[in-house]
Write a protein of this length. Structure first.
Length: 552
């Protein structure tokens, strides 16, 4: 397989695999760590979801700037190495139990990801621009994408073993080690990158970097500070007088205003022949925000579902296997004792002071009385973060099937256009939420635990939606963008992803406010259904633009 591809591919594949190993290991335990009362930061569901949403939003904002810096000043190789080292340092620092250090660590990862993520993909693409590799480009990116999801699948098993056996700091350290391995593998392939990672400098028609700083970055920072400081009207429901739910949400939404204004101005200032393609891309960006808002609940609300509402008890052979691999944890049931296991405290806050309500075993609270173990006996539970491996597992399994499906249609001249694929991706994603509505009904609104197969089914369906939408989004940006602003429009895709990620945190932060958990998922279904209907309404115009450009 490798012989028909550039010699750099195995090094880039393994580098990306280890980078994703570190990132998804960290994401898999992030909110669990924040909410841990005894050895974490004792955050409420709302606080943890809000911080998680802000974090993953900023992670997807920095690739735009990192890509531009690499293109014009540093080159891809240097940028990738710098980004990998920054991310590794951030993961190691997360293991230091200090809220200040946590924010510093997050900053390192956010900046590092900006340098790493866009540039390793761009470097790979440069090899496939050669005539002898052009026809292998899609296959090369599929192999590369497999590396991403292979790393994302295996990492949670390492994370579970380490935090169960040794604590959170060891799990974060493993993420840091994984990232360092990725950097070392990348450096081993240096001789194969010659001629493909040279910086391009500023090209004719490129927006000067100082203008990007002056008209995008600086206004965003100023607006963000205003959003943080500005207060709304206090009420019983909103005693802190937040405008959009929290200081970080207020700041993020305000910071996005000048960026959104800037992208809108690109349309009005564009040449007549470029207006329709730019308008089409901006419409798609707006629609896919809602996809990412629901999809990124995997690290917040769906992790909570796996933790509290999913039957994680192991018995028989599975118990022996998981226990032997340290992928599970024994918990003791003591109904009337305050000396209960780690998760036995419900976290409450009064006037900012953490309160622990005892005799409230989070896992056992929704186990039927006739299914609860005997007083003082122990049961084995598989680690919650293992649920984060379900989505990347489905990506590995389903990608060849989806590719084969579209190849089958293409050979019969029936392949749908890229916008049509995105529209159906949104529809399929909406249907995945109905699986969780059914799961809530089966669990009698959380009063009983349900099988993990509900999560497996939910992730399976939304992964099909992801494969219809995510690769297609990057493809359509490259197809429709005017040549002189391709980087800027790719930044627009990342901006839409970033806003969606933040909205995901906002949605998850409201989890505890829904007495009927089905209503939470109905809201998500409504958002995706709205996005689906909007996309289908735009489809005729979008397909027309595609035909005008002579592409599908």
């Amino acid at each position: 397989m490798w012989k028909t591809h550039p010699k750099a591919l195995p090094y880039l594949f393994l580098s990306e695999m280890w980078e994703r190993f570190g990132y998804y290991l960290m994401i898999g335990i992030f909110t669990l760590y924040l909410k841990d009362v005894q050895t974490g930061f004792a955050m409420t569901e709302k606080e943890a979801a809000d911080l998680y949403g802000t974090y993953i939003a900023l992670v997807f904002l920095t690739p735009f700037i990192g890509g531009l810096v690499a293109d014009r000043y540093l080159g891809y190789r240097k940028s990738i190495i710098i980004g990998g080292i920054l991310m590794s340092a951030g993961y190691f620092m997360m293991g230091i139990h200090s809220i200040t250090m946590l924010y510093v660590a997050m900053t390192f990862v956010i900046v590092g990801n900006g340098f790493f993520k866009p540039n390793i993909s761009t470097l790979l693409g440069n090899f496939y621009n050669e005539e002898k590799f052009k026809e292998k480009k899609d296959e090369g990116y599929n192999i590369f994408y497999m590396g991403i999801n292979l790393g994302a699948t295996i990492c949670n098993f390492f994370g579970a073993v380490l935090y169960n056996a040794y604590g959170w700091s060891w799990a974060f350290a493993a993420a840091g080690v994984g990232m360092l391995i990725g950097v070392m593998v990348f450096m081993l392939g240096t001789k194969h990158y010659v001629g493909k990672d040279e910086k391009k400098g500023v090209q004719e028609g490129d927006m000067p970097f100082w203008k990007i700083v002056a008209f995008i970055l600086v206004p965003s920072v100023v607006f963000g500070v205003i959003g943080w400081m500005l207060k709304g009207v206090a009420s019983d429901a909103n005693p802190d007088s937040y405008i959009f739910g929290s200081d970080s949400t207020d700041a993020f939404i305000f910071a996005c205003i000048p960026v959104i204004f800037f992208y809108g101005s690109l349309y009005f200032k564009a040449k007549e022949q470029d207006k329709r393609p730019i308008g089409a891309l901006l419409a798609i960006f707006a629609v896919v925000i809602l996809f990412w808002a629901v999809f990124k609940l995997n690290g917040s609300a769906l992790t909570t579902w796996a933790d509290r509402y999913t039957d994680r008890e192991l018995t028989g052979v599975s118990e022996s296997v998981f226990s032997g691999l340290k992928l599970s944890k024994e918990v003791e049931f003591k109904k009337d004792s305050i000396e209960l296991y780690d998760e036995n405290f419900r976290l409450q806050k009064e006037n900012g002071i953490v309160q622990k309500e005892v005799n409230y075993p989070l896992y056992f609270r929704n186990v039927a009385e006739n299914k609860k173990p005997a007083e003082g006996s122990k049961i084995s539970l598989w680690a919650t973060n293992l649920s984060q491996s379900i989505n990347p597992f489905w990506v590995i399994v389903l990608t060849p099937l989806v590719v084969a499906f579209f190849t089958f249609l293409r050979n019969r001249q029936k392949e749908p256009s890229t916008p049509t694929k995105i529209a159906f991706g949104l529809l399929i994603s909406a249907l995945s939420v109905l699986v969780m509505v059914a799961a809530v009904k089966m669990g009698d609104n959380g009063t009983q635990k349900v099988s993990v197969w509900w999560l497996v089914a939910n992730y399976g369906v939304i992964t099909i939606g992801e494969l219809f939408l995510s690769p297609m989004g990057l493809s359509i940006v490259s197809k429709l963008s005017p040549a002189n602003i391709t980087s800027l429009m790719m930044g627009g895709w990342f901006l839409a992803t970033s806003i969606g990620n933040k909205l995901s945190g906002v949605l998850a932060s409201m989890w505890d406010t829904y007495e009927n958990k089905a209503d939470f998922f109905w809201v998500n279904f409504g958002l995706l259904l709205f996005a689906t209907l909007l996309m289908f309404a735009l489809l005729k115009q979008l397909n027309k633009v595609m035909k005008e450009k002579g592409i599908n």
